[in-house]
Design a protein around this ligand. Structure first.
Ligand SMILES: *Cc1c(COP(=O)(O)O)cnc(C)c1O
Length: 486
């Protein structure tokens, strides 16, 4: 199993090279040359722990890792830093199934992949006998930044620089990042949005002069965003795990089809579900749930991707994105290796901000259902779920719940739908409370719901602020140069 660029560069690399590079040299994203099968009828499937399943699913994707290397990465990643023994438990609430992916150290699903990425990366460094240190350059809409820094904090031979939209994250998200410890972690607020941060970061990856400057200082770039296959592959695991739990609890029978509803921003999490389906997991419909920044809803309904629209800062900020990078990987499947066609889409997106699929290409989108939730719909859903079942969901999860309901109404599907729950409600308490309470939102949420406050949230209050950089988008490159003393 090798990896190649979506954009046609004639070069195949191993998993460890792809993880280290982050992005292919032609600016494309790495995709596996084939998708391995995983038979859910195999003897082990139903008995596997999360860690065992992670090994079975990830092994064929990481062919150049030895068994021992991969096992060691998994054991170090999925340990007590997850506060739930199951790592990714399914909760049956009313007639819904929530896959809770927020029991990691930073309380969002990003921990599922970012707790293992640092180990995959340092193992890759050793395998490739690379003497340079890695500089992880990362754009965040709020959750990746903290999860990546937490993962890479004080990891030898790595430094991490995170850019986040200064006015586009929740108070808790910002505080989590600004209190980050670790000599090798750097956080920079930008006067701009996530898309601008991500675009500037991608430009830096491809900036020859900057890369030369790094090389002169025995450094090289890599990425902790979901453009890195080291993020994507670990995310496939929990879809199989969810299915296993549904079978074990007799909610479904082995072989039954299910739907999954995924709150989507950069199209990383749902792409992992799509890969799980390609591997053989019986998923019928992939429900792509967006917030008011609903560029993907339009794409799946019309075949036209058009980012020329207003950008909204919403109450589900981790999904405030108009350029969903990982869609390029889906396009690679849709265009069936016609990289000329794919390059055309990408340059159209670059130049005019939009591209359109042909009729026959649109057929490939039928595995997806799309929809969106407005801010007030999110608030309504959060309240309704609590009133009905005393279960608290965060605003991103509420988006998935709302669009799953739309799908149910529209299709009357008899299949069970897994709602992917991506963050702890304690990351976004203001949405439940319905108003901006400036004093102790966390306490208030606890009072009203009885939901236990995660330790990492309680500790935040006493941690000192350690970062204070804020720059304009045009100065991001300069700030990298200055942070790294190039
Ligand atoms: C990142 C994030 C999302 C969106 O995930 P993508 O992989 O970017 O589509 C949804 N919810 C939360 C809480 C997130 O942090």
């Amino acid at each position: 199993m090798k990896y190649k660029s979506t954009r046609g560069l004639n070069e195949e690399v191993t998993a460890s090279q792809a993880i280290l590079n982050g992005l292919a040299a032609d600016g494309g994203l790495y995709i596996p040359t084939q998708i391995p099968r995983y038979e859910i009828t195999n003897q082990r499937f139903l008995n596997n722990t999360y860690q065992e399943l992670a090994f079975d699913i990830m092994k064929p994707f990481l062919e150049d890792f030895s068994e021992k290397e991969l096992k060691s990465c998994i054991v170090q990643a999925y340990d007590e830093k997850f506060t739930n023994e199951l790592i990714a438990p399914i909760k049956k609430i009313g007639s819904d199934y929530y896959l809770e992916l927020f029991h990691g150290p930073t309380l969002a699903f990003k921990d599922m992949a970012l707790s293992i990425l640092p180990y995959l990366m340092t193992t890759s460094l050793k395998k490739q006998k690379i003497k340079e240190d890695v500089v992880i350059l990362t754009a965040t809409s709020g959750d990746t930044g903290k999860a990546a820094m937490e993962g890479f904090s004080d990891v030898t031979h790595t430094k991490i620089i995170v850019f986040y939209p200064k006015e586009g994250v929740s108070a808790i998200q910002e505080r989590q990042m600004l209190t980050q410890k670790g000599e090798n972690t750097f956080v920079v607020g930008i006067n701009g949005n996530f898309d601008e941060a991500q675009t500037a970061v991608k430009e830096m990856f491809n900036d020859k002069e900057l890369n030369q400057l790094l090389a002169n200082n025995k450094l090289r770039f890599s990425s902790a965003n979901s453009i890195n296959i080291g993020r994507l592959v670990p995310q496939i695991v929990y879809y199989f795990y969810a299915y296993q739990q549904l079978v074990l609890s007799k909610e479904i029978t082995l072989g039954d089809k299910i739907n999954v509803s995924v709150p989507t921003g950069n199209f990383g999490n749902i792409l992992a579900a799509y890969y799980a389906k390609k591997m053989g997991l019986p998923i019928e419909t992939l429900i792509c749930a967006s917030n008011k920044n609903n560029v993907l809803t339009e794409f799946f309904k019309t075949g036209t991707y058009d980012k020329n629209r207003d950008f909204f800062v919403t109450n589900s900020p981790s999904m405030d994105i108009l350029i969903s990078s990982n869609l390029e990987r889906l396009l690679a499947t849709i265009t069936k290796g016609n990289t000329q066609r794919l390059n055309r889409f990408m340059s159209d997106l670059d130049v005019q901000g939009s591209y359109s699929l042909e009729q026959d290409e649109q057929k490939e989108l039928l595995e997806f259902y799309s929809g969106f939730a407005t801010e007030s719909e999110i608030e309504t859903v959060v309240k309704a779920v609590f009133e009905a079942d005393k279960y608290v969901i965060d605003p991103h999860t509420a988006v998935a719940k709302k669009v799953a309901e739309d799908h149910q109404k529209e299709t009357n599907t008899p299949l069970k739908t897994v709602i992917v729950s991506t963050a702890s409600p304690y990351k976004f308490p203001a949405v439940f409370l319905g108003e901006q309470v400036d004093t102790d939102e966390v306490e208030k949420l606890h009072e009203l719901t009885g939901l236990e406050i995660p330790k990492s949230v309680l500790e935040l209050v006493d941690l000192p602020i350690l970062h204070d950089r804020v720059v304009n988008v045009s100065d991001m490159k300069q700030s990298v140069v200055s942070i790294l003393s190039l």
